[in-house]
Design a protein around this ligand. Structure first.
Ligand SMILES: [Zn+2]
Length: 260
């Protein structure tokens, strides 16, 4: 199996998984979504809330704020030595207090302060609630590590894959311009009056080129190679997410082995 990075940006990673199988590709995708833990707010204790939103609504919004996650310093509550009672190794408390509002103003995620400065909202400008004159908001929120299979707020990234397309351009194609133009994702170009592939990875196997060429362009998928796209939500960076997922698959296989 080989991995080839196609594009790496701050909030986007695409890579080619080669010589693998659909079973492994899907195991990797599902492990990233379901098993890689991230930090999110789980409990909120309200002291004051005279905003237009109910406590439950504000708490729900707080839970969905992505928090920078430090997997080395924190444990999942269920795996912590405190047996999920709650200690500094498995939870972190943040607080927010806004009062004496003179004119309508938005309360932002950045106003929430955590006891561990390493834990902070990924997007500082995320709005929590609009406060009108004389309204107040004060709460204490507890963030814990959790998994996406329990609640989607703990999912670290949006991830999907597709098969690597295999395009064969036949001989005697009379209408290369027409075929290149009919492709909705611009896979083809015309080079010295011949049809050529410009961007194979863009192809989503729609088959428009097959129809336009009356079958002279052949299109199928390679079932051993996959193009992955991942957009982390910011709690962890893309490298951490993939590495952690591989560690988890590894330990699950060890577990299976020992059970056998
Ligand atoms: Zn603990």
């Amino acid at each position: 199996m080989k991995i080839e990075i196609l594009e790496k940006k701050k909030n986007r990673l695409s890579f080619l998984l080669k010589d693998s199988s659909v079973h492994f590709a899907n195991a990797l995708r599902r492990t990233i979504i379901n098993e890689v833990p991230t930090m999110a707010i789980e409990d909120v204790e309200f002291r004051k809330n005279s905003s237009a939103l109910y406590d439950e609504m504000v708490a729900h919004r707080l839970g969905l704020i992505p928090l920078k996650t430090d997997l080395k310093s924190y444990e999942l509550p269920a795996e912590c030595s405190c047996k999920a009672e709650g200690c500094a190794k498995c939870q972190v408390v943040g607080s927010l207090k806004v009062k004496d509002v003179k004119a309508p103003r938005m309360v932002l995620a950045s106003e929430m302060k955590f006891k561990d400065p390493a834990i902070k909202p990924v997007y500082q400008d995320m709005p929590i609630v609009l406060l009108l004159k004389n309204q107040e908001l004060e709460f204490e929120a507890t963030a814990v590590l959790g998994k996406g299979k329990e609640h989607s707020k703990w999912i670290p990234a949006h991830i999907f894959y597709k098969y690597l397309p295999n395009i064969e351009i036949g001989k005697d194609i009379e209408n290369p311009e027409e075929i290149a133009a009919v492709c909705p994702v611009d896979v083809f170009e015309v080079k010295s009056k011949k049809l050529a592939i410009k961007d194979l990875y863009a192809c989503h196997l729609c088959g428009a080129c097959v129809d336009a060429s009356e079958g002279k362009v052949k299109l199928n998928e390679k079932d051993t190679d996959f193009i992955f796209y991942m957009e982390p939500f910011g709690q962890l960076d893309s490298e951490e997410i993939v590495n952690k997922a591989i560690d988890i698959i590894d330990s699950q296989l060890d577990e299976l082995d020992s059970q056998l």
